[in-house]
Write a protein that binds this ligand. Structure first.
Ligand code: SF4
Length: 747
């Protein structure tokens, strides 16, 4: 008889509750449905959650460690893999130092606390500072601002969505993606729409027409990359008009200093820069400032622009000076079941490591992916010679994938841990199997502090991993032990791990064995808000307390224990931006490249799921109708998109409208998924548009590459060009099209 297991989807931070029906063997998933008894979730989910088993059952799934021998991979045991990797990593460290071993990890690892925690333990054992992560591609601006203003990189303030009466959404498209940044708000977009239908104001700021802007009461067409100027203009108007209000719930520092900067800004110049007329700026400023409750919420459209950190800071200040911080209907801090800022300060003290070549600091403990290729390719002390890539695909997710691909090919050792062999793993010396979230259990200790309600759910394992496949955390621990390097860099931990294993074996009780469960118990107990056993006892999840306000003030970790409104780095960068002339059109590269997400994809890691994309699997370039006409293009034509660093070819289609001069291409496509058992065989859909992005162009504060705002030109290819891999078919080769082309400038 089949049975139901309750867990939550791990693909995005909506954490939708799901009921997984498993067959009577306990090995196969019959169906995945929304868990309608989950008290926090919304009784529904998206196609990605429904189709989650498609990735688990992927035909190219790696189910045993595989070693590269010549141009093929051969199966090996974990013991063989760990012994070889440990020996090679140790040799590299002894010869070249710990920084010669680098690491990169993607979202699937971050969405699993046990694995990501012990991954950090392994990196500390190795002692490397060359750590890179996917967060540097989007959310870094938020981490920088939170560190500067709140004193903790991880201290997010989720939107108090149901009590909000005025939404100002900037650079986000929650109608097709999850709502907001580092905040867990299930069904966020529909809750915004419900609030709107009850009378809430909805203002959406975006240079394009999207499914989200269509629902807005006001759609503000802002110039790409100029959201910061738009926000500063709103603040200037609010301050000039005296519509600002003193924050009631939080102590602040430096507000007068910030207001002095605001008064330096010329409103006409800001309006001209962001392309929003002053009457519309005044209208938005007044509606936001005078609403009973309001929240300004930002997302990737702002973060990818090169000015995203200043923009993020200004959005927080807009909330602050209109008294929205930790107030009903504004941005509320959820203390959670773990005191995350305190735990983060203890477990992850700020890294002092600076990058070798660009001398950049880490953000949230990691360097930017934009530096990875150079750090591998450039000889000298500290050069990266080995990489551990876990659940990540930086060649496709990051900028200038061609250079990074070349860099990865030159490593002495590349170890990839994942469910399938992706584009970034094609040069791997070792492939180590990954597990699917349906095969794991655990409590995400960091997510408790970004929920919009005090909620916790212990995710249950629905099915076991394929026979012999170990969870990632075990691989990380075993590798540290084999390398004889202390886990977490703390002497004695390895001895405790070994002793716990011996005891568990002796008693036949697995619970005595060192693993993620130890941290769950320790951190939930130290959090003193709810008991772990009470969380575990509620299969559908536990709403353990009432929503409360006022915890932000008590949790601030700045030296002043106040919100810092005028951090020097942000003030200086804002002044620098104010001193620059508005960006002019580049005749060589007249279009601005923007990104967007498909409803069924999740960056680069769902596109190969056979259960998704029944209609069309791939990406296209979207252009304004005026630009299509000026370029002589029709829907379905092939174009070459060229930037200063790369070029791609794909089909073009007419976008929904908005500002001309923009080409929108969804990111995350173009990754090959290799069949590790059959050399030369792979599948591929779409085109990697991030090959157009220069890895040297970054936001100076967050170090986020310009995944939006890269300047490109568009050349029409003739009709005889090869359809290429974005045509939605399984391709047998890279399929770069050749064909006569002409360069056409934008209108
Ligand atoms: S991917 Fe879809 S089902 Fe999964 S958590 Fe996000 S919204 Fe929910």
């Amino acid at each position: 008889m089949s049975r139901e297991i309750y867990t939550h989807c791990h693909y995005c931070a909506s954490l939708c509750g799901v009921a997984v029906e498993v067959d009577d063997t306990g090995r196969d998933i019959v169906d995945i449905r929304p868990d309608r008894e989950n008290p926090f979730s919304w009784g529904d989910f998206c196609r990605k959650g429904k189709a989650a088993a498609g990735m688990r059952n992927h035909p190219q799934r790696i189910t045993t460690p595989m070693r590269r021998v010549g141009d093929r991979y051969v199966p090996a045991t974990y013991e063989e893999a760990i012994a070889d990797i440990a020996e090679r990593m140790n040799r590299i460290i002894e010869r070249h130092g710990a920084d010669a071993v680098g690491s990169y990890h993607g979202n699937p690892l971050g969405h699993n606390f046990g694995d990501s925690n012990l991954h950090s333990g392994l990196l500390a054992a190795i002692g490397t500072g060359n750590r890179f992560w996917v967060g540097s591609l989007d959310q870094n601006s938020l981490h920088v601002v939170q560190e500067e203003m709140f004193g903790c990189e991880l201290m997010s303030v989720p939107t108090d969505i149901d009590a909000c009466e005025c939404f100002l959404l900037i650079g986000m498209d929650p109608a097709v993606s999850k709502f907001g940044w580092i905040e867990v708000i299930p069904n966020g977009w529909n809750r915004v729409l419900a609030a709107r239908d009850r009378g809430a104001d909805l203002i959406v700021v975006d240079p394009r027409v999207t499914s989200t802007t269509r629902e807005a009461r006001t759609h503000v067409l802002v110039r790409p990359g100029e959201d910061w100027a738009f926000l500063l203009a709103l603040i200037r108007i609010i301050v000039d008009e005296g519509w600002n209000r003193a924050p009631e719930a939080v102590p602040v520092n430096g507000l007068d200093e910030f207001f002095a900067l605001v008064r330096e800004a010329d409103l006409d110049a800001l309006s001209a820069r962001c392309g929003v007329p002053i009457p519309q700026l005044r209208d938005v400023a007044e509606r936001f400032a005078k609403a009973n409750t309001a929240a300004c919420v930002t997302h990737t459209g702002l973060a990818h622009s090169g000015t995203g950190t200043v923009g993020e800071w200004l959005s927080q200040l807009l909330n602050l000076i209109t008294n929205r911080m930790d107030m009903p209907g504004g941005k509320r801090y959820e203390r959670g079941f773990v005191d995350l800022p305190k735990a983060w300060a203890m477990m992850a003290p700020k890294s002092k490591h600076r990058s070798r070549l660009r001398d950049l600091p880490t953000v949230a403990g990691f360097h930017t992916v934009a530096e990875m290729a150079d750090e591998i390719l450039t000889p000298g002390p500290g050069q990266i010679r080995a990489m551990l890539i876990c659940s990540g695909n930086p060649v496709v997710s990051g900028p200038d994938g061609d250079t990074l691909d070349r860099a990865l090919s030159e490593l002495d050792l590349l170890v990839a841990v994942d469910i399938v062999q992706r584009e970034s793993h094609r040069h791997a010396h070792w492939l180590i199997p990954g597990t699917h979230w349906l095969e794991r259990e655990g409590l995400h200790l960091a997510f408790g502090s970004i929920m919009d309600q005090p909620f916790a759910q212990y995710a249950r394992r629905a099915v076991a991993p394929p026979e012999g496949v170990r969870e990632e955390w075990r691989f990380f621990v075993d590798l540290a032990l084999k390398m004889k390097r202390p886990l977490f860099g703390i002497r004695g931990v390895n001895a405790i791990v070994r002793a716990s294993r011996a005891l568990a074996k002796l008693l036949g009780l697995k619970k005595f064995e060192f693993g993620p469960a130890w941290f769950e118990w320790l951190m939930v107990t130290a959090g003193r808000r709810v008991k772990l056993r009470d969380i575990k006892a509620r299969a559908h999840g536990h709403l353990y307390d009432r929503k409360r306000y006022g915890d932000l003030a008590k949790s601030l970790r700045t030296p002043s224990r106040k919100i810092e409104c005028a951090p020097p780095a942000l003030m200086d960068e804002c002044r620098r931006l104010l001193s620059l002339p508005p960006p002019a059109c580049d005749p060589d590269y007249p279009f601005v490249l923007l990104s967007r997400r498909n409803r069924e994809s999740m960056n680069s890691w769902m596109n190969e799921n056979a259960q998704l994309f029944q209609q069309h699997r791939g990406n296209q370039a979207e252009l304004h109708a005026d630009d299509m006409q000026a370029l002589g293009l029709e829907d379905g034509d092939r174009v070459r998109v060229r930037s200063a660093v790369g070029e791609i070819e794909l089909t073009v289609t007419t976008g929904n409208g908005g500002l001309p001069g923009i080409v929108t291409i969804p990111h995350g496509w173009g990754s090959r998924v290799f069949d590790a058992r059959t050399p030369g065989r792979f599948s591929q859909w779409g085109t990697n548009r991030n090959r157009l992005v220069d890895n040297r162009a970054i936001d100076p504060l967050s170090q986020t590459p310009l995944l939006n705002m890269t300047r490109v030109r568009i050349e029409r290819l003739d009709a005889t060009a090869d359809a290429g891999p974005d045509a939605g078919t399984q391709a047998a080769s890279q399929g770069v099209s050749e064909g006569a082309s002409r360069t056409v400038a934008a209108a």
